[in-house]
Design a protein around this ligand. Structure first.
Ligand SMILES: [Zn+2]
Length: 264
């Protein structure tokens, strides 16, 4: 594969940040390349390929944290034209590794690498990967797939969810009326914790309990509504600056982890 894939961007950043004690800012896209051709140090995060896209690009995952405590799955992106969250994953990985939180965290930077490459919401077959889940409200149709899990990307993530059995999910998106945190299932406390923490540096962040339009077959419907697993939909603003997006993730995830730690 010639496609570098998101974790090949992620790992050099993580290695770089590990050298710089207390890495608090992600590398700027303007003044520091995210992906040096030859990383200065071997990557120590063990990445796994959990599946392949329609066009054969790898869908990757890494594990962070102490391997104990609450199991949290963080997804950097599922819609290919919403790269704002995915751009933070290198810094998020470095942050979590330095923090060694009392949680077991799986980070899947990009469920839709074909869409990210093409800049499209959907995968290469034109299916919205956030409408293709076996939720009770799934409806087949153009853009949603003929049946739930008809796409290799959703099957890969579904298998990952089955294996990892997350107790909390955070999924990054972007919306014109962002930034805000939407949630499904019993996640109101986590949504407030994330939004309140992110609002300390950007007061636009708030909790929006309903997206205001139907989302049949969404991951939130499947995991949150049908299965009762708390899931946060982190909606960045369209064009959210990378430094501001990173600050929101750092503070928001930090608050969610602290809440999880206190609840144990
Ligand atoms: Zn989205």
């Amino acid at each position: 594969m010639s496609d570098p894939g998101p974790l090949r961007l992620l790992l050099p950043v993580a290695a770089c940040c590990a050298v710089l004690a207390g890495c608090a800012q992600p590398a700027s896209r303007r003044d520091a390349p995210l992906a040096p051709r030859e990383p200065a140090a071997p990557a120590t995060l063990e990445r796994e390929v959990i599946g392949r896209s329609v066009e054969g690009r790898p869908i990757e995952a890494v594990t962070l944290g102490q391997g104990v405590g609450r199991r949290i799955l963080i997804i950097g992106g599922i819609h290919g034209d919403e790269p704002e969250g995915g751009r933070t994953v290198g810094a998020v990985a470095a942050f979590l590794r330095a923090l060694e939180p009392e949680a077991t965290i799986r980070l899947v930077p990009d469920v839709n690498p074909d869409g990210t490459r093409a800049g499209t919401r959907t995968n290469a077959r034109g299916v919205d990967l956030n409408r293709n889940w076996p939720a009770s409200n799934f409806t087949p149709g153009e853009g949603r797939g003929p049946e739930p899990l008809s796409e290799p990307e959703t099957r890969a993530l579904h298998e990952e969810i089955r294996r990892f059995a997350p107790e909390l999910l955070l999924v990054c998106h972007a919306a014109r009326n962002g930034p805000f945190v939407n949630f499904d299932g019993p996640a109101e406390g986590e949504a407030s914790a994330f939004a309140d923490a992110a609002a300390r540096t950007d007061p636009r962040w708030r909790v929006v309990p309903s997206m205001g339009y139907p989302t049949p077959g969404s991951l939130g419907s499947y995991m949150g509504v049908d299965r009762g697993v708390p899931i946060l939909t982190i909606e960045f603003a369209r064009g959210h600056g990378p430094d501001a997006a990173w600050a929101a993730m750092r503070d928001g995830i930090g608050a969610v982890l602290e809440r999880s730690r206190l609840a144990r």
